[in-house]
Design a protein. Structure first.
Length: 68
């Protein structure tokens, strides 16, 4: 754990229980959002790469044909 996160947790632990719960919810939601974005980003890049590969294959196949 980083020093900054430790400091934030230390400060949060001094707050009343209701505020600690609210902060805990916010942190967990933020982590879930980050993971969801990362998964979406990775999937989009995979789909783009697959499309590029397909396009390149088509291009190479057509390039092999003689011009009319």
């Amino acid at each position: 754990m980083t020093a900054l996160l430790e400091k934030a947790i230390e400060r949060a632990s001094a707050l009343p229980k209701k505020e600690q719960e609210a902060i805990g919810i916010l942190v967990l939601e933020e982590i879930a959002d980050i993971r969801a974005y990362d998964a979406l980003h990775d999937r989009a890049h995979s789909e783009i790469a697959a499309g590029q590969s397909s396009t390149l294959t088509t291009y190479r196949a057509r390039r092999g044909r003689k011009a009319k």
